[in-house]
Write a protein that binds this ligand. Structure first.
Ligand SMILES: [Zn+2]
Length: 392
């Protein structure tokens, strides 16, 4: 059995050979390697725009505590809803996101065509997985392998076909996996998200909302999973972000320029050192990077045990309501970020301090002056209508 690289859709096109290889596995050799627990080669995402392998270490970024904390919370808990980095040009936004590459945790990746995971059985019983996986589970065989979360970058000039997928020029009977499918269970990074073409932005929002999407090109159809953590960055001087896209980002991280001359000089020195001897510079931070990675992995594992009391949750909901925020995503991000923070601090209960600390990150840029004016006008009009009805 063979499969083209980058083409293992959940549902095969009509008339095509059914592909039984799990997503991301290109050959039986690779499948065997994974099944036996031997490390497989990294998947060659030839058009994924993956971040360069030797990234500037996250731990070497000077200052920018809020940005660093927010990005780590988004990595620890995907339910936070990702993060948007907002700030002027040249403030290490992209450097920080690319630096995450060496910190990303390992997650179970399904070995099955349908994406079944052991956690599906644990949560929904044996009927929650396909018959093949049910049998494997009963026999004590693995349904998934642990694999590092990857950073998938959306190139600035990406077209809709690159994002969704398109017929493979080497095998026109197949659809070649797009960037969104490659981002499944990974992090999708969009730099200058405010400059994205509308049709590309809409496709990403749809896929993010549903967790999967379907490509149709002529007679070909393929459906892909696309459950990713969305991370974006933007310089507000270059144009606004549509409210619909802004609402999709969980945390809103403010990334100003470094203030003190000492910090600026240190940032300059580190950037120089990295440029001149990148391997040596990365090696200097290797220990710190490994420690941070281990902490993130541990926090991610602890997350399912972290609880938030009714008392603290009610207080959070009251703050959101007092701010006049409409979107229910506000509470989700607020509470999930607080849970991630507790997990990062090796605790299993959210404190009031956790909640306070994530409020600016979760709730800023969520109030809409337009909607508040609009609602006020409606209120005024309703009063007029009521008056008229009562007079006659
Ligand atoms: Zn299955």
């Amino acid at each position: 059995m063979s499969a083209e690289p980058n083409s293992s859709p959940l549902v095969e096109e009509p008339g095509g050979e059914p592909v039984r290889l799990p997503a991301g596995i290109r050959s039986l050799k690779e499948l065997a390697e994974r099944a036996t627990g031997r490390p497989a080669e990294p998947v060659n995402e030839e058009d994924a725009g993956l971040a360069e392998p030797l990234a500037f270490p996250f731990a070497a970024i000077v200052g920018q505590q809020e940005m660093k904390l927010g990005l780590l919370l988004a990595v620890i808990n995907p339910a936070v809803g990702g993060a948007l980095l907002i700030g002027p040009r040249g403030t290490a936004k992209t450097t920080a996101v690319r630096g995450l590459v060496d910190l990303l945790p390992k997650v179970p990746r399904s070995l099955c065509f349908y994406g079944c995971l052991p956690e599906d059985v644990e949560q929904g019983g044996i009927d929650a997985v396909c018959p093949d996986c049910a049998r494997k589970y009963a026999e004590g065989k693995p349904l998934a392998v642990l694999d590092r979360v990857r950073l998938v970058e959306l190139p600035l000039n990406a077209r809709l076909d690159d994002v969704l997928g398109q017929p493979d020029h080497r095998n026109p009977r197949r659809i070649r996996k797009g960037i969104l499918a490659q981002a499944d269970r990974n992090i999708l990074y969009i730099d200058e998200v405010n400059l994205l073409q509308d049709e590309v932005a809409d496709a990403i929002l749809d896929a993010a909302a549903q967790g999967h999407y379907t490509v149709r090109r002529g007679a070909l159809t393929a459906t892909y999973r696309a459950r990713f953590v969305l991370v974006g960055s933007m310089n507000p001087e270059e144009g606004p972000l549509r409210p619909q896209i802004l609402d999709r980002f969980g945390l809103r991280l403010w990334v100003p320029g470094l203030k003190t001359p000492e910090e600026r000089l240190e940032a300059y020195r580190r950037a120089q050192a990295y440029r001149e001897h990148p391997h040596q510079f990365v090696a200097q931070y290797a220990e710190e990077t490994a420690a941070l990675q281990a902490e993130i992995q541990a926090a991610r594992q602890r997350l399912s045990q972290v609880t938030i009391s009714d008392e603290i949750a009610s207080l959070g909901a009251r703050w959101v309501s007092q701010l006049g925020i409409a979107s229910l995503r506000a509470e989700i991000t607020l509470f999930e970020a607080a849970r991630a923070l507790a997990a990062a601090d090796a605790r299993t209960e959210v404190t009031l301090d956790d909640l306070r600390q994530v409020v600016p990150l979760a709730l800023r840029f969520r109030r809409s002056a337009f909607m508040q004016d609009y609602a006020a006008q409606r209120e005024e009009e309703d009063q007029l209508l009521t008056k008229i009805i009562q007079q006659n």
